[in-house]
Design a protein around this ligand. Structure first.
Ligand code: DOR
Ligand code: ZN
Length: 344
């Protein structure tokens, strides 16, 4: 039987929600990862360091005592985020970044940034303090084709942003295109990217295989095969600019299987198994450890985790549903077989 031991990993992009939903899902992540960067797109969003502290405690209260799990918190950037708030966040030891949602781009982004030239004082304070900006890289202009929104964002928003704020640390989150890979490769060392399992494993045909597949719908949307190949190549290349961020984003079943379904794929139940499968499929398992456990920590200036986890190449059945608050969600690969499993 094939096994793989790696340093305990971190998930550098995760949605945990709050309340009963949080309590029902956080241990899927705590069972796999030592730390995770927690997205702030709650209702209301996490706008201040004080709110992030409260949310962090809420998360810790739900973590099973068998796990040691550290939530790394983020604040939600708005047009009006002050330099003072950035300085307070930078002084805390638990707020690790600001999240930039273009207003209207995705779930709970309506209070996001309407024009990235507006929060200039915040961006300047972030450059000074070294707090990274985590970017949801899609334009919201309805005249732009949904499959082109990341590429247009690079030209219209990200390129000028990098030029105007050359010392700003930027994580281009959940990249999906060859254009994004090329942008990150050609940019300076401050610019890195996270990669999800779905954008390595699926292409846009998977949205329509035999019928409409709402559980494969996320934002940025799945792209064409050439883009998937570029993202897969980046993730498995051994380049420290690309690291693991699942973007696991749970939604109740009824909010996905409906006339206007929410964007988001829940992958926390088999996150490492999915990456192991993807790396194994092209003979790059030797590149998984650094991608999952070193490069992200290095970028955020964190020590590597102590201890190891073991992945075993042994099939197991993925459940059809998973408990979510007082309801259920349909997880990624529901009812299918995983070729790898995490040793418990
Ligand atoms: O698919 C997504 N779901 N993309 C996002 O950017 C947000 C996320 C969510 O919060 O559900
Ligand atoms: Zn996300």
């Amino acid at each position: 039987m094939q096994t793989l031991n790696i340093t305990k990993p971190d998930d550098l992009h995760l949605h945990l929600r709050d309340g009963a939903a949080l309590a029902s899902i956080v241990n899927h992540t705590a069972a796999q990862f030592t730390r995770a960067i927690i997205m702030p797109n709650l209702r209301p969003p996490v706008l201040t360091t004080a709110m992030a502290l409260e949310y962090k405690q809420q998360i810790l209260d739900c973590v099973d005592e068998q796990y040691s799990f550290e939530p790394l918190m983020t604040l939600y950037l708005t047009d009006n985020t002050s330099a003072e708030e950035i300085n307070t966040a930078a002084k805390s030891d638990f707020v690790k970044a600001l999240k930039y949602y273009p207003a209207g781009a995705t779930t709970n982004s309506d209070q996001g940034v309407t024009d990235i030239r507006k929060p200039t004082v915040a961006l300047e304070a972030m450059m000074e303090t070294g707090l990274p900006l985590l970017v949801h890289g899609e334009v919201t202009d309805n005249s732009v084709d949904v499959f082109d929104r990341e590429a247009v964002f690079i030209d219209k928003v990200l390129t000028p942003l990098v030029k105007d704020f050359p010392d700003l640390k930027i994580v281009f989150e959940h990249i999906t295109t060859r254009a994004a890979v090329d942008f990150v490769l050609s940019a300076n060392a401050n610019i890195v990217a996270t990669i999800t399992p779905q954008h390595i494993l699926l292409n846009r045909n998977d949205l329509f295989k035999g019928g409409l597949r709402p559980h494969n719908y996320c934002l940025p949307i799945l792209k064409a095969e050439d883009d998937r190949l570029a993202v897969q190549e980046a993730a498995t290349s051994g380049n420290a600019k690309f690291f693991l961020g699942t973007d696991s984003a749970p939604h109740e079943r009824k909010n996905k299987e409906t006339g206007c379904g929410c964007a988001g794929i829940f992958s926390a139940h088999i996150a490492l198994e999915l990456y192991a499968e993807a790396f194994d499929a092209i003979g790059k398992l030797d590149k998984l450890e650094a991608f999952a456990s070193h490069y992200g920590a290095d970028f955020y200036g964190l020590a590597h985790n102590e201890g190891q986890i073991t992945l075993i190449k042994e099939a197991f059945e993925i459940p059809e549903t998973i408990a979510f608050g007082d309801s259920v969600l349909v997880p990624f690969r529901a009812g299918e077989t995983s070729s790898w499993q995490l040793k418990k």
